[in-house]
Design a protein around this ligand. Structure first.
Ligand code: XBP
Ligand code: MG
Length: 253
């Protein structure tokens, strides 16, 4: 039984509910900026979330949903420019403080730091987005709290591939058995499990119906002492909000 050494957090949907009112809004602002009549409403965006990575998601949209758009050799370049604009809109939106952390996230991160449990990030999103979320929603300078921020294009294959988690484990120089992963989606748990990580799921509006087979526990959120979580599946060991004691029990179960 190895000691719990590190917590590895997904970002979008896990640390904060960023997709519907964050990324989606930023994509639509970028489309408008480029005078494109593309508009991703909440329902369509839910379908587009099947593909991780903003650039990949736009390519998926053209291939599967907007087939009338005249894609050509310049489309790849246009998607890159669109994504830069989207990232600018997204980070500006985060700077307004409109996207808060989900329940229990700051409390758990603070406890881990107090007790010397290492923390890291493993996400498909762009690194600037991670920094902006942490600086504006967690605390100024909090990007430095995370020993590893594995994000975006640093690996060839995005989630559901395990690459981003394996990259984080390599940088942490830890075996998967010494860590726990926190995710929110099917693509996310396929990635973390692909890296042999025990995974805790907190669902959100877009992912609550996903298949989370293999998760060690599925919750509606991480909970707070005065606002307990709902256990959707798994053993919470009598806890009503996630803390390190509960995580140690899950880790050794
Ligand atoms: C979620 C994603 C990201 C965001 C958009 O990442 O799939 O692609 O939706 O961000 P995770 P970018 O759940 O792994 O945090 O446009 O920067 O890709
Ligand atoms: Mg996620």
């Amino acid at each position: 039984m190895s000691k719990l050494e590190a917590l590895i957090f997904d970002v979008d949907g896990t640390l904060a509910d960023t997709e519907r009112d964050g990324h989606r809004v930023a994509f639509n602002k970028a489309f408008k900026e480029f005078d494109l009549d593309w508009n991703w409403d909440e329902a369509l965006y839910g379908k587009l979330l099947a593909v991780t990575g903003g650039k990949e998601r736009m390519a998926f949209y053209l291939k599967e949903f907007n087939t009338s758009y005249p894609s050509d050799d310049n489309t790849v370049e246009m998607i890159k420019e669109l994504h830069k604009a989207k990232t600018r809109h997204y980070t500006e939106l985060l700077a307004t403080g409109e996207i808060p952390l989900r329940p229990g996230v700051k409390r758990l991160i603070d406890e881990a730091r107090e007790k010397g449990v290492r923390i890291a990030i493993s996400t498909t999103t762009t690194p600037e987005n991670v920094t902006a979320l942490l600086e504006h929603a967690l605390a100024p300078g909090s990007s430095d709290w995370f020993e590893v921020i594995a994000a975006g294009d640093i690996v060839p294959a995005k989630k559901p591939a395990p690459d981003i988690y394996n990259w984080a484990l390599e940088k942490l120089d830890l075996p998967a058995e010494a860590c726990l992963a926190f995710e929110d989606s099917r693509n996310g748990i396929l990635s973390s499990q692909g890296a042999n990580l025990k995974t805790i799921i907190t669902v959100n509006g877009y992912t609550e119906k996903d298949n989370f087979d293999g998760a060690i526990i599925v919750l509606d959120n991480m909970g707070e002492p005065d606002k307990e979580f709902t256990t959707i599946n798994g053993n919470n060991f009598g806890h009503s909000y996630i803390n390190l004691d509960m995580l140690e029990k899950l880790h050794n179960a």
